[in-house]
Write a protein that binds this ligand. Structure first.
Ligand SMILES: [Zn+2]
Length: 54
């Protein structure tokens, strides 16, 4: 089997302060925008992190 997995890096940006705190691998079969609850060091709490455009 051939390895043809395309991975792209997605920036996870805090919704509150717009700070990019996390990077995640995004596989091609993921549709739509990623949204994760992560701890933001700037806000010092858990906030929703959304995938940011480059
Ligand atoms: Zn934040």
């Amino acid at each position: 089997m051939a390895k043809k997995k395309k991975q792209t890096m997605a920036k996870m940006q805090c919704e509150s302060c717009k700070e990019v705190n996390y990077f995640t691998h995004k596989t091609k079969n993921v549709e739509g925008k990623l949204s994760l609850k992560k701890h933001c060091s700037t806000c010092r709490k858990h906030t929703t992190h959304k995938e940011a455009k480059k």
